[in-house]
Design a protein around this ligand. Structure first.
Ligand SMILES: *Cc1c(COP(=O)(O)O)cnc(C)c1O
Length: 432
């Protein structure tokens, strides 16, 4: 009935998450508030870890792409679940270190890391730095040499795969700001450059073809292209690439129309393609990494809001205004993302209205969803937006000086705060 198995309806007709009544949560903690089901998040972590163990015989690692939702508690959970962490900024590294996450299991991505960030990563012994461009390679080499260190790097490759997803979340094709192109010879040139660069140890390659992808084929294709490149590197330079990071991008369910593939449905054909290519090209099967973000955290949270004004514009539409919006969930204004919306305190009632859910910011585009099917709502009802666990809080802003919401976690019937609600005082914290 719901997009995530952590959701249900109780005897009062209220939406529950992890068995806890969301209307009670809204009453106790206030709105807007984001609520995760910890067991469901951990189940996803375990399913990925099991699946990579099964198909690569332990010769692999699952990294959580922390940009989907980074905070101390998420880092602790991923550490406990024996995962690595994909980090893309000094701030994400800092958060992970602060949570006690082992630095050797951090992988530092990004198309424009600053020198300070590179230095910070090396100082703290971050496991791998994923180099995006030749300037970065040079800068990293100088910094590492000055520090008397050797940087273990991956190179980010654009495998030239066109994954069918939104333009802004497609990254594997040649016209992308991320990484080295294969077709132009740029990638091979940089491999050779890396091999002769001081204080640099090229150990792996990385690609990430996009996000919210449901097809398996682009993943298989990307793995084949990357393996072919590893074979070409060996034959042209003698260098054996021993680690292959295939990125994330696995789609999740936002609405009933979304049909995500099962974990195994992805891992099996990709691992088969890698093993076949290794045998064919006489190269070892590399240590394989994947980087799920959305598929770890996305479907396992809901955002709860309180309904304010309900504005019927005859023959046009009905606007339902809520006490949050683009400040806590900018995905609709960015990508027109689809969401399932429902009334948490009338979750057992038929969804007999079609409304536009609007945020409270001074932007006409500040919407959460247009033409959403929902129960008939009125002021003070609690509205739930489902699958808001990824790229919501992490993309939140203080536009209009709206404080960011609190984030809670439910586990075995207990609720706890993992990120406090921002205060008005927080809004002026850095003002002088
Ligand atoms: C965003 C990103 C991911 C995670 O993508 P999801 O779609 O959330 O799984 C993984 N790796 C890299 C390099 C990314 O940029």
């Amino acid at each position: 009935m719901f997009v995530s198995k952590c959701l249900n309806v109780n005897e009062k007709g209220h939406l529950t998450i992890g068995g806890v009544d969301t209307v009670d949560i809204a009453g106790k903690y206030g709105t807007p508030v984001i609520v995760y089901d910890e067991n469901a998040v951990r189940d996803n972590c375990r399913a990925f870890v099991r699946s990579i163990d099964k198909y690569y015989g332990g010769n692999g690692r699952v990294l959580y792409a922390s940009k989907a939702f980074s905070c101390l508690e998420m880092c602790r959970i991923c550490s406990e679940e024996n995962m690595g962490l994909d980090v893309v900024s000094g701030g994400e590294i800092y958060t992970a270190l602060k949570a006690g996450f082992p630095a050797d299991r951090m992988y530092f991505h990004g198309n424009n890391k600053s020198e300070d960030e590179l230095k910070y990563a090396l100082e703290n012994n971050v496991g791998r730095i994923v180099v995006d461009n030749p300037e970065e390679l040079k800068a990293l080499s100088v910094i590492a040499k000055d520090m008397g260190k050797t940087a273990s790097i991956y190179m980010r490759i654009k495998p030239g795969i066109d994954a069918h997803t939104h333009n802004f979340i497609r990254t594997g094709q040649i016209d992308s700001k991320f990484g080295f192109a294969l077709e132009t010879g740029e990638a091979m040139e940089c491999v050779k450059l890396a091999a002769e660069t001081e204080s640099i140890n090229l150990v792996g390659l990385h690609c990430h073809i996009g996000s919210q992808i449901f097809d398996i084929d682009p993943f298989v294709h990307a793995a084949q292209v990357m393996m072919k490149f590893i074979a070409d590197i060996k034959s042209q330079t003698g260098i054996v690439i021993s680690e292959l990071d295939l990125g994330g991008g696995f789609g999740i369910k936002y609405t009933e129309e979304d049909k995500p593939a099962a974990f195994g449905a992805y891992m099996e054909p990709v691992s088969n393609a890698i093993k076949a290519s290794a045998a064919e090209n006489d190269i070892p099967v590399p240590f394989v990494l994947i980087e799920p973000g959305r598929s770890i955290a996305g479907a396992e949270a809901v955002t709860l809001y309180t309904v304010g004004a309900v504005k019927h514009i005859p023959n046009v539409r009905t606007y339902v205004s809520i006490d949050g919006g683009m400040t806590d969930n900018p995905r609709y204004i960015l990508y027109q993302s689809a969401y399932t919306v429902l009334c948490a305190n009338k979750a057992d009632k038929p969804r007999d209205s079609v409304v536009t859910v609007a945020g409270k910011c001074c932007e006409s585009g500040d919407l959460i969803q247009e033409n959403a099917s929902i129960q008939t709502v009125e002021r003070d009802d609690i509205l739930a937006v489902l699958s808001t666990g990824a790229y919501n809080y992490s993309m939140a802003s203080n536009y209009n000086r709206v404080p960011r919401p609190a984030v809670l976690m439910v586990k075995d019937g207990n609720v706890r705060t993992i990120i406090n609600r921002e205060s008005y005082e927080d809004m002026v914290r850095n003002d002088i």
